[in-house]
Write a protein that binds this ligand. Structure first.
Ligand code: SAH
Length: 378
């Protein structure tokens, strides 16, 4: 298969060259520094930190954006066709022992109305989701001490037994290697843990003293070692983010090589110290989706709820910039508003079937198809 892969890459390179020619033909100016860097990214699937900075500074250049978006969609179609995978998100607890400054459910927000789903409620979400065609369940929550390792293992085992054909994804924060190992042995396949920012000084500004980037990164490497399909990622436009910190994010992603990357705009939450900060830029988020697709051609890349919140057509635009995953909500409607990470979060009023239907139509409106498939990395 090495030879086949090699052929594939030759083909990709030839098509890439054709796309570049088309852009030149359309009258796109050649030789601007950012265009050179963009073309290098397309050729080599990587850049130096300095070049990433250069590229990100030109994110608002429509020519650079169009070139990268076209290439990202082309690669995405080459690897995954027009399929869009769904992940059924079950937000099962908003209790959290952490205190991330940007997050609406951080422990020191006394106004957060706390809830946790029972095991039966979680299983009912899976059952409902399965009937609707979901083959991946994502259990996401705050770092809730009630849901200790024994309870998590128990739930994962029950889902594994009930849905042998489904992928189980956990997104419950930082745990020890031993805990991750137990979840894996119980049947979890994937783990989402955004690194949030790969720049130490920036990480300090977003998190309290007791948290550290080093620990977060170690968790990601532990998860990889244990054979999880791993998702990292970051918010776009979080307070004090710069082109340089974003370049660090991209360098880190290339080094980690996660199977998934979740990015979405930062959106302020009224009960946090960042309440008055501006939201992250949608065009920059879209630009970075394209860059990440080109850097990591096979990566699973969600068009996130935050992107859909910041722009009514954000998720459609995400798909048009290289995304290939959507994560509709399977949580009970009665609790949806309580998983309140940021203000004005969309899809908190509809039930799972409505979300599934709405997203199916949205995906089709831009020429893709929502499929009932585990949607594994390939
Ligand atoms: N406790 C889990 C799940 C966190 S919630 C964990 O630590 O991984 C999932 C993601 O929501 C976070 O990783 C963060 O990137 C994002 N998020 C939190 N607050 C946000 C905000 N104000 N705007 C946009 N995204 C936010």
């Amino acid at each position: 298969s090495g030879v086949l892969e090699f052929d594939g890459w030759v083909k990709i390179s030839i098509i890439s060259a054709n796309i570049m020619k088309t852009h030149v033909k359309k009258g796109y100016k050649r030789g601007s520094k950012a265009m050179d860097v963009a073309q290098k990214l397309i050729r080599e699937h990587n850049l130096t930190r300095e070049e990433f900075v250069e590229l990100i500074k030109m994110a608002d250049d429509p020519q650079v954006d169009a070139l990268l978006a076209d290439e990202a969609v082309r690669i995405r179609k080459e690897v995954y066709g027009t399929d869009v995978y769904t992940r059924g998100l079950i937000e099962f607890t908003n209790y959290c022992k952490n205190d991330c400054y940007y997050c609406g459910i951080r422990r020191s927000n006394p106004n957060a109305k706390r809830y946790r789903l029972t095991e039966d409620e979680i299983l009912a979400c899976c059952e409902n989701g399965y009937e609707l065609g979901f083959r991946t369940f994502v259990l996401q929550g705050g770092e809730d001490p009630y849901y200790n390792d024994d309870r998590m293992v128990d739930i994962v085992k029950k889902i594994r037994a009930g849905y042998p054909d489904c992928a189980i994804t956990l997104s419950i924060g930082e745990k020890s290697y031993e805990s991750y190992k137990r979840f894996r042995e119980a049947g979890a396949d994937r783990y989402l843990l955004r690194h949030e920012t790969a720049n130490d000084a920036h990480y300090r500004k977003l998190h309290p003293e007791e948290m550290s980037l080093a620990v977060r990164k170690q968790c990601l490497y532990d998860l990889k070692e244990l054979g999880y399909q791993v998702g990292a990622g970051f918010m776009v436009g979080s307070p004090e983010q710069t082109e340089e910190t974003l370049a660090d994010d991209l360098v880190f992603l290339k080094e980690l090589e996660p199977q998934m990357v979740g990015i979405g705009p930062f959106i302020p939450h009224h009960d946090t110290m960042f309440a008055e900060e501006p939201s992250g830029s949608v065009p920059l988020t879209l630009f970075l989706l394209s860059v990440i697709r080109i850097m990591l051609p096979h990566v699973l890349l969600p068009a996130t709820t935050a992107l859909g919140t910041a722009d009514p057509f954000g998720r459609e635009k995400g798909l048009q910039h290289g995304a290939n995953v959507v994560m509709p909500n399977l949580s009970p409607v009665k609790n949806r508003k309580q998983y309140d990470l940021y203000d004005n979060k969309i899809c908190t009023g509809e039930d799972a079937a409505e979300c599934r239907g709405c997203l199916g139509r949205r995906v089709e409106s831009v020429g893709f198809e929502l499929v009932s498939d585990r949607g594994d990395f390939r």
